[in-house]
Design a protein around this ligand. Sequence first.
Ligand code: AGP
Length: 610
Amino acid sequence: MCGITGYVGLRSAAPLLIAGLEKLEYRGYDSSGIGVLPADHSKIEIAKTPGKIKVLKDLLAANPLPQANLGISHSRWATHGAPTKSNAHPHFDGSQKILVVHNGIIENYEELKVRLQQKGHKFLSQTDTEVVPHLIEEYYRGDFLAAVQKALKELKGSFALGILCSDYPDTLIAARLGSPLIVGIGKNENFIASDVPAILDQTKKVVYLKDGELAVLKKDSVAVYDLAGKKVPLKVDTVKFSVESVQKQGFAHFMLKEIHEQPDVVGHMLKSRVCGDNVVLDGLSLSDRQLKKTLRIFIVACGTAYHAGLLGKYLIEKFAHIPVGVEAASEFRYREQLVDKNTLVIAISQSGETADTLAAVKECRNKGAKVLAVCNVVGSSLTRESDGVLYTHAGPEIGVASTKAYTAQLTMLYLLALKLGDVTGILSKGEQKSFISELKRIPEHFREILKSKALIAKIAKPYAHVGCFLFLGRNINYPSALEGALKLKEISYIPAEGYAAGEMKHGPIALIDEYRAVVCIAPQSEIYEKMISNMQEIRARKGKIIAIATEGDEGIVAHATNVIYIPKTHELLTPLLAALPLQLLAYYVAVQLKCDVDQPRNLAKSVTVE
Ligand code: AGP
């Protein structure tokens, strides 16, 4: 996904803009660029190139930009047009007075481009973005803000924009519709950025622009307007997490750091949301009476969040006997959604900016459904589209592969299922009490598992060259199998498939031979013996098995090549514990293969376009 930074102030803009972009690298990109308006207010100067930001820095070292206190920069994840220099942002208008960086998709760019070409505009790129500066140029008669407002009214789709005009050497304009953009408030300087980490070392005072808002920044002022041009009161938030929380803190990768944060993340969630033996879900903003009237729940999400939703189904149906549908948002949004005012839609998203999840939520709201978001990013688009928000407060997750956000989502779903079980009366107070006491032990169990990371690293090593993996789980650990496979494939690029173990004989068993590995999630449970049978069938075909098993289970050793133990816990809590060995296994295999663990190829941290 693209990254945007912008600066207006008293300091040199270029170093700040590049440093900000570097902190957005986790979002995934394939080209970058920068544009500044020099202090002598002559003309805008730009530099842009395919490749990582280091390539841009080398370009700037060889051809430095002139000193400037105003500028914008961009890292692009290609959607329209290959990652080439001409397609990299920023983009000029024809007069080279207007400069734009953009994140999102201008869905009506073709018709705009044709209309502008008919008026004589020449385009240099294949991008949708380039229509924006030309459209502003079309309306520009000396009033920068007015021209931008007129142009924005014609754009359809999603955008976060940073805009300069060489006639306005003290002004930076920003606008958002559908793609995140924040304003950072400094002392005699102001910033824009796609996400907080980009400016966190400069200021903690931020304004989360809302959809349809436009900001005019000068070094000593920020004004926000709606698209109708009406001034909007400035709501300044103070970012709670610190700069160092965004750094790696001595871990080799953000992903490993974030795996290690899970005991604290879940611990904080439990402390803040369990009072005695009662679950307290502030932000739910649905009364017990409204919850009781819920006849049906739909969970929509993507990727890892979808896997969390699958577990949510098991838990809510078990604890509250409410039927739950779970579907990938990209599928759900295009089929007949049978939702109405008696449906509760739970939208799970770490970033709160995933295009398919947002679109699915909008469809459901149009049909009268109540929407509850489970989200990690304060002020994200999803949170503004929802009736209630359960923030996971897992802190910034920089690694593209989701880890702490996943276990935080699972924890929130356990808490929500307990709440629904209480409201519906299906769960007795005694059952709630005993489950909650087990849930409170999860952070210590996580710490136990993390102590065995060296063993997991040792087990992982020989598996780095296996042709493909199968992950098998049953019942509540079927989602664990899907998530384990996703973790491995997305950071090691080894083909990996998650499967319901009971389905093995219906096809996947054909894969089994000495060149494949099978991860079997087989904690003590009602279906443990079934998993052992699966493992025997795999062994009979020379398949290598890594078993995730309950501490003390010596018998499983005979059925597996390697065993990774998790502490004994309530059967329904095993997916939470199994997540950590699966994350660590994927991590160490990827490290063994020298993969780019934090920024895997082709992936973005938040998929804000379809
Ligand atoms: C998981 O490791 C990936 N990062 C990806 O599948 C992710 O879970 C998915 O894109 C959904 O993102 P969201 O939670 O921000 O909506």
